[in-house]
Design a protein around this ligand. Sequence first.
Ligand code: NIG
Ligand code: FE
Length: 416
Amino acid sequence: MKQIIVNARLLTFAGPLAPRSGAQMGRVGAVREGAVLFEGETILSAGPRDAVKTHPAARMAREIDAGGRLLLPGFVDCHTHPVFAEARLKDFDLRSRGKSYPEIAREGGGILSSVRGVRGSTERALAQGLLARARDFLAAGTTLIEAKSGYGLDLESELKMLRAIRHARAGSPLEMVPTFLGAHALPPEYAGKAGDFVAFLCAEVLPSVAKDGLAQGVDAFVERGYFSPGEAETFLAAGRKAGLCVRVHAEQLSRSGGALLAARLKAESADHLDFAEKADLLALREAGTLAVLAPGSNHFLGLEKFPDARRIIDAGVPLALATDFNPGTCPCWNMQEIVSIAVYRMRMTAEEALTAATVNGAYALGLGKTHGTLEGGRQADLVLFDCADHRELAYWFGANLVKAVWKKGKLVHGTP
Ligand code: NIG
Ligand code: FE
């Protein structure tokens, strides 16, 4: 079926076939009298209405009137940990009483409490939880996410998490790119033995993950008390050798060497970067590694310090935004909220933040040629918002302005 959305204000993000950096991040391809023509899963034409209407398919298309509202490509959330058994309300409560994230982790909360939950859950229960969450992501305008494992940390539980993602992918229109976050924390049975745990990941877990095609990437948390750059490198290099892409939780709580490691491995993304310094940014730019910022976690943890988005943009490193949705540091699945926080707390412009939340997120996942913009040939992942000006997405913080969502050309949420 051919469909045409007319009377829409568009941000197309049309531009070079590459992640956007520097001043390019402010160029959103705004169109006041816009239209998007699509057939099946694919956009045929998008841009000024009069130009789109000249397409031969436009005459036969079912017309949808957007009523002057804002239409964007679906948000791409390129860093999430959406598979877990339960919320971490105890950690949350302790933090409200003044304990820090590292203190709570040392006292048995943190990542390891989610590991206990996942180890005690069935694959089916984890998949059901993720399916429910997938509806929340779509309802907030996100049509593509990355989804990490990393709360299992033994062979069976990591495979269980990745299979739960595979099940949920088959049962939801939300597109999910799975990542094997093997080196997330040291499980209790390997306490004090990071080298042995990494050897176990490489010898026992990674081959099963790769053989069954359960993940498209690997990820490691480089941080004091978690994994050193050397330990992470052993795991990530093995993942690269198995044909997977590489992501790094880098410089999140301290400057620990994750960004330089990401650059050395030509990682697809280096994520967080709160404590990144100039040398880190230059290395990332040289390597072609995207910076993924997750300011929702700073907000939720009540931190004063945020990643220095301005310095990253000025250094010419393409920047993507993500929720980092997880039960410990950011229980928020709404990219509109992340765009707000990016504007309020990291002094990004609304245009830069929206570029980071769409086209650059798609490039962080290696899908920049098919996702993240409104252009002929791209996948028809579209979100209609109940506002006319894109700056409102950042302005009305805490709101969900989504009116309708199309995934691969099909209406999957709301009504236009
Ligand atoms: O991205 N830094 C490591 N991983 C997550 C936190 C996970 C958790 O606390 O459960 C993050 O913030
Ligand atoms: Fe994370």
